[in-house]
Design a binder for this molecule. Structure first.
Ligand code: TMP
Length: 206
């Protein structure tokens, strides 16, 4: 039986990692082999690329930024995600190509179709079976980050209009592909979000 590739998307502070962890434990408890990954930074090479793209000081041209995310994606999919799915395992990943379309496309105002095409080339067209979008007003995301951080990375430091564009970019992606996306309000309780995710994933496992 082929495995599954499930991705979590949403703005900074939307609770993706918490929900990805809860879903992973739920699946592992049911006896599935679960692999966790993230972009950027799901592989050894990715950890180095993450450091560059998030913490390098000074200006980075938007297209350079987009290509570093795409390089991280290419390596993560080729060496980690696709082999695991082909072995029948379930990969749960924080962020994927929708992040590039939302952040580099809508946020940095690059052409969203071009950004998507670069990612598809990088990942050899590999698409998630399900993408969970935790939708959050950017001002609430900011408040949540302020409570948990003393230092922000390059993307988190962007102004609120950037994050508002990212949110709108995500919602447009979800609207265009309702079969792949499950959109949930990130302001619901952790437990109710987890329950909604589990019911959707249970359908995929049937
Ligand atoms: P995170 O792993 O803590 O969510 O941080 C990753 C940051 O990188 C986040 O601000 C979103 C951003 N990002 C992009 O701009 N484009 C991408 O393709 C990905 C995967 C992440």
């Amino acid at each position: 039986m082929p495995g599954l590739f499930i991705t979590f998307e949403g703005g900074d502070g939307s609770g993706k990692s918490t929900q990805a962890e809860l879903l992973s434990s739920w699946l592992a408890d049911a006896g599935h082999v679960v692999v966790r990954s993230r972009e950027p930074g799901g592989t050894e090479l990715g950890v180095e690329l993450r450091e560059i793209v998030l913490h390098r000081r000074g200006h980075m041209a938007p297209r350079a930024e987009a290509l570093i995310y795409a390089a991280d994606r290419a390596h993560n999919i080729a060496t980690k995600v696709r082999p695991a799915v082909e072995r029948g395992e379930i990969v749960i990943q924080d962020r994927y190509l929708d992040s590039s379309v939302a952040y580099q496309g809508a946020g940095r105002v690059l052409d969203p179709t071009e950004v998507r095409d670069i990612s598809l080339w990088a990942a050899e067209g590999f698409m998630p079976d399900l993408t969970i979008l935790l939708d959050l007003d950017e001002s609430i995301g900011r408040e949540r980050l302020d409570e948990s951080r003393t230092r922000y990375d390059r993307l988190e430091s962007e102004k609120s209009d950037f994050h508002a564009r990212v949110r709108a970019g995500y919602l447009a992606l979800a609207e265009a592909d309702p079969a792949r996306f499950l959109v949930l309000p990130a302001t619901d309780t952790v437990e109710s979000i987890a329950a909604a995710i589990q019911s959707r994933v249970a359908i995929l496992l049937r």
